[in-house]
Ligand binder design. Structure first.
Ligand code: ZN
Length: 286
């Protein structure tokens, strides 16, 4: 909430406010994916593994480039916090802020999850979303945001709440440490801002603050991705459950989520290549 303005508006305030908005990053010239090829590839998927993420916990799984994976709702409405790493170089990870700048506050069908500099390439492409019917609600809310960062014990402490160890940040840290054999203090800095899978969020119309409301997800719903590079995928079942009331406590009803991995139809990816890093030589004018 901002305080009342203390500076009188200039006489041309109206004109200044009426400047035409211009999209910062028109995406027409972004490297695109072959959606027809991915549609063919997903037409006959073979499930190769299934990992259940218990409530208020996280799991990290390896997914090969060219495989598809789904985050599946089971048992009840539940939000998931998703991290992606390059399986061979954990310093390359999902870049939530740039993805938001390119695709908007919420991701959906055809959007891509971009990686950090200096690679800035698609790590995964969204190939199906059973909640795509939701669109934007009357509060300005949508599903699968890249606004929020992840619930964490540090912010909780600042806000005066009791220590809570099953926030998504801690869940993802424990899970990455277990999957890689790293100690917690090495794994923690690799945990990063998430894609909030199934979470329904927006900015309040009056103060433009981040809000959440009960997720519309129901058992059987899923968000499906195509892995563009070899990935480590971390998923936390948020202690907020459907995030309709509270998070960062044991109060909300929580449910598991399932990560399903699929091989595509044989031969369907013929000619497909993993994306190259973004074309910049790294000189920074030196
Ligand atoms: Zn969370």
């Amino acid at each position: 909430m901002k305080p009342e303005a203390r500076t009188p508006a200039p006489i041309d305030a109206r004109d200044r406010r009426h400047a035409e908005p211009v999209l910062v990053y028109p995406t027409k010239t972004l490297p695109s994916h072959d959606s027809a090829m991915l549609d063919r590839a997903r037409a006959a998927l073979t499930k190769v593994s299934e990992t259940t993420v218990a409530p208020r916990d996280a799991r990290t799984v390896r997914i090969n480039a060219g495989q598809f994976f789904r985050i599946l709702s089971v048992e009840g409405a539940q939000v998931g916090d998703l991290n992606l790493w390059n399986a061979h170089d954990l310093s390359e990870r999902f870049y939530s802020g740039k993805t938001r700048a390119l695709h908007g506050t919420h991701l959906g069908l055809g959007d891509r999850m971009w990686s950090t500099f200096p690679n800035l390439r698609p790590m995964a492409t969204i190939t199906w979303d059973t909640l795509d019917w939701y669109g934007w609600d009357a509060d300005g809310g949508g599903v699968h945001d890249v606004i929020g960062t992840r619930c964490d014990p540090y912010t909780n402490g600042l806000l005066g709440h009791d220590p809570y160890h099953h926030c998504c940040h801690s869940n993802l840290t424990r899970s990455l440490a277990a999957a890689t054999g790293m100690p917690l203090n090495e794994a923690e800095p690799l945990v990063h801002d998430v894609l909030n899978v199934f979470m329904c969020t927006g900015f309040s119309l009056d103060t433009h603050q981040y809000f959440m409301k009960a997720s519309p997800v129901r058992p059987g719903d899923y968000l499906e991705f195509f892995a563009e590079i070899d990935l480590l995928v971390g998923l936390s079942t948020c202690p907020g459950g459907d995030c309709g009331t509270k998070h960062s406590s044991d109060t909300a009803a929580c449910h598991p989520l399932v990560i399903e991995v699929f091989d595509p139809a044989p031969g369907a990816l013929q000619g497909w290549k993993q994306p190259e890093p973004a074309p910049y030589d790294g000189r920074h004018s030196t």
